[in-house]
Each structure stands twice: as C-alpha cells, then as structure tokens.
Design a protein around this ligand. Sequence first.
Ligand code: NI
Length: 136
Amino acid sequence: MMQRFSISLDTGLLNSFDNYISNKNYSNRSEAVRDLIRQSLIKEEWERDKMVMGVITVVYDHHQPKLQEKITAIQHDASCHIISATHVHMNHDNCLEVIIVKDLADSVANLSASLSAIRGIRDCQLIMTSTGKEIG
Ligand code: NI
C-alpha cells in the first residue's frame, strides 16, 4: 500500500535535489526519494552486519601461475555462503569471475577483501546489495 507524506525543505536544498533528480533522469521526486531511502536502508544493513547479498567481480590474467587456483581455493575455504560463481573468458589474457554471495555483511566483505588482496588481480569490486527483506 502506498502512503503519502509531505516534506518541508528550504529552497536551496530543494533546488539541489531537483538538479540531482534531473541529472539522474528521474521523472518525479517520489521515485528519487524512494531510491534514496532504499540506498540508506541497504547501507545500514551492511553497517549493522545483517544478512545481505553481495556481488563480487574479479578480473585477472589467467596466464599468471597459480592465480586461478588461489581464487578458487579462497572461495572453497570461505565461511560465507556462495550462491554462484560464473567464469567468463573475456579475451586471450583476461578472465572475469562474478561471485554471488548471501551471508552476514562482514563475511561477504571479508571474502571480497581476501580476493582483492591476491597479488595479480587486476580489478576486484564488491556490489553491496540487499536480500530485499528490509527494503520493502
Ligand atoms: Ni577464463
């Protein structure tokens, strides 16, 4: 069910918000406010070490000795629940691994940090998202 509420803002802040909305291509203020609220709730889930979903992307050169084995070993030894790991051969040198994880926020962040710290990894990023339970 949708509920309405009104917000009082000073003119300067409202102008900044309208510029933000326009730059992000929102069609109205309500949709932008909903997204900002959800983003804040997700951030809080991560800060409070709640059950979350994370997507870790890893780019590396598979020619580097032992690198692929290390990436696989860390995932097998991880204490968190890995839902899927997808490997893409991007070109002659580079591989992309996309790892989807559901667990407590700290465990997911630790897995990402462990992968990121492996020597030879070209890029490692963590998308912090939600199980969806707390964002409606
Ligand atoms: Ni590959």
